[in-house]
Design a protein around this ligand. Structure first.
Ligand SMILES: [Zn+2]
Length: 206
């Protein structure tokens, strides 16, 4: 059983909020995932605060809201899992040179329209969408959905890659586009260890 603490021990390696949201499901590079850090609405909120989608004050207010409306929180969590599924269907094909499915893109369009309907434009160095006044249980997903659209419309799609050792997806921001692992501490180290053991074995049998 994952706990809220597990959510905040994850490595955020996607380089984009939507990719990090997809990466809350873990497992081997292909086939079904074998673990999920998001097990309920409180974990979704904890992840949102950890990943920078929510302020601590917003997270606290959402947890209070969810305790007062458990049915609403369950429905919001179920919708969030559906969002993660279709985001996966958008970005996983892009990581392997494929094309996202049309229904997945249509769902993203609808959710982005809903997200912007709950946002305000706030001035800074440029104007930005903010969801400060959105006090609905869907609030954690707003910036995730918007980050997905931003990446699709303004990002370098050929930088989107899947890790060689697990199912994580990331945007490769390295200069020579040579990144192969979600993180050198995890899959990169595992791969180095595997090569080291293989090399020793082949030396021993020579
Ligand atoms: Zn990995």
């Amino acid at each position: 059983m994952e706990t809220v603490e597990d959510v905040t021990r994850m490595h955020l390696v996607g380089g984009n909020l939507a990719l990090d949201f997809i990466n809350t499901r873990t497992g081997p590079p292909s086939g079904p995932s074998d673990d999920d850090v998001l097990t309920g609405y409180p974990e979704l909120v904890a992840w949102g605060a950890y990943a920078g989608a929510l302020s601590e004050a917003e997270a606290t207010a959402l947890l209070r809201l969810s305790r007062n409306d458990p049915d609403g929180a369950r429905a919001a969590f179920s919708r969030a899992m559906g969002t993660r599924d279709y985001l996966d269907e958008v970005f996983r094909p892009l990581a392997t040179g494929g094309t996202p499915s049309t229904p997945a893109l249509a769902r993203l369009r609808d959710d982005e329209a809903d997200a912007l309907g709950h946002a305000q434009l706030e001035s800074g160095s440029t104007f930005a969408w903010v969801w400060r006044d959105d006090h609905t249980l869907a609030r954690p997903l707003r910036p995730v959905v918007h980050a997905a659209v931003q990446l699709l419309t303004t990002g370098a799609l050929d930088r989107i890659k899947g890790c060689g050792g697990c199912r994580f997806i990331f945007s490769d921001e390295s200069k020579n586009r040579s990144r192969r692992w979600c993180s050198m501490d995890d899959c990169g180290t595992t791969e180095k260890m595997r090569r080291y053991v293989a090399a020793r074995r082949s030396r021993a049998t020579r």
